[in-house]
Design a protein around this ligand. Structure first.
Ligand code: GLP
Length: 256
């Protein structure tokens, strides 16, 4: 089902698994393009079934196509916690290795993230942004939606011009992400490096993936709000090729 809301192109599918398969097929098609640009990737619970479906789709491909996908892989994650080493199960580097790079047998060097252990986080943020720019910029960008309207770790309030930088995480975000840190919000790092809205809005195409009833309130706000710093995801309305892919549960409270 595709409906046309006022502010965003929105595709609504039955459930999170259907959303995951849809997104995975879009990613595979993007990767098999003749000269794919780097892929922009997110972490979080929303992406778990997406990467499962992506791995399954990739292994269904004829061997020659799968090898092309593997050999041409280049992805850049949105964010990483500060002070958490890549082998820590709470790090996004671990998540990406565990959920994607390992099962898909990707060269780990082609699955890029900011270095959360960098001695100079601001310098690392600038280096990471410059690396993406030098690689030709992001082609297809996957995004999840934070409960407070963040994308990446761009917590409200956030300007559309914010670029890659170290940020403070809100208590709400640390609570939401506590499961990877033994369930203790205080164990979740209080800082991270994130791509900014500037780099996100520079992607050629954006897929914002929203599933589950818990996101219904923030999704409704985002679909209706004027772009504003209090709801960082609302800046995506300014992008010429953004699409929201949601399941029915996430649309639950919209009446759509
Ligand atoms: C996290 C990440 C985002 C993610 C979002 C939604 O904190 N920094 O990249 O997309 O918040 O997370 P979830 O899918 O777990 O709801």
């Amino acid at each position: 089902m595709t409906v046309a809301p006022q502010r965003f192109p929105l595709t609504v599918l039955d459930d999170a698994q259907t959303v995951a398969r849809h997104v995975a097929r879009r990613v595979v098609a993007d990767r098999l393009a003749l000269t794919p640009r780097p892929l922009g990737l997110a972490t979080g619970a929303t992406m778990v079934p997406v990467y499962e479906a992506l791995v399954a789709e990739a292994w269904k491909l004829p061997a020659s196509q799968r090898q092309r996908l593997q050999q041409k892989w280049r992805s850049y994650n949105l964010d990483e916690y500060l002070g958490v080493p890549p082998h820590h199960p709470g790090s996004f580097a671990f998540f990406m290795h565990d959920r994607l790079a390992g099962p898909l047998q990707l060269d780990p060097a082609t699955v890029r993230l900011p270095d959360g252990m960098a001695a100079d986080p601001l310098g690392e943020a600038r280096r990471y942004s410059a690396e993406i720019h030098a690689a030709g910029g992001i082609g297809l960008q996957l995004l999840g939606l934070g409960l407070n309207g963040h994308v990446g770790f761009n917590e409200p309030p956030c300007a559309a011009t914010a670029s890659c930088r170290p940020v403070e995480l809100s208590p709400e975000t640390r609570r939401h992400n506590a499961s990877a840190f033994g369930g203790d919000p205080a164990a979740v790092p209080s800082q991270a490096i994130t791509l900014g809205l500037a780099e996100i809005l520079a992607a050629r195409r954006i897929l914002l993936v929203v599933t589950g009833a818990a996101k219904a309130g923030v999704l409704r706000r985002m679909l209706q709000a004027e772009p504003c710093p209090q709801l960082p995801a609302s800046w995506l309305q300014r992008h010429p090729a953004v699409q929201v892919i949601a399941d029915r549960a996430a649309l639950g409270a919209t009446g759509a």
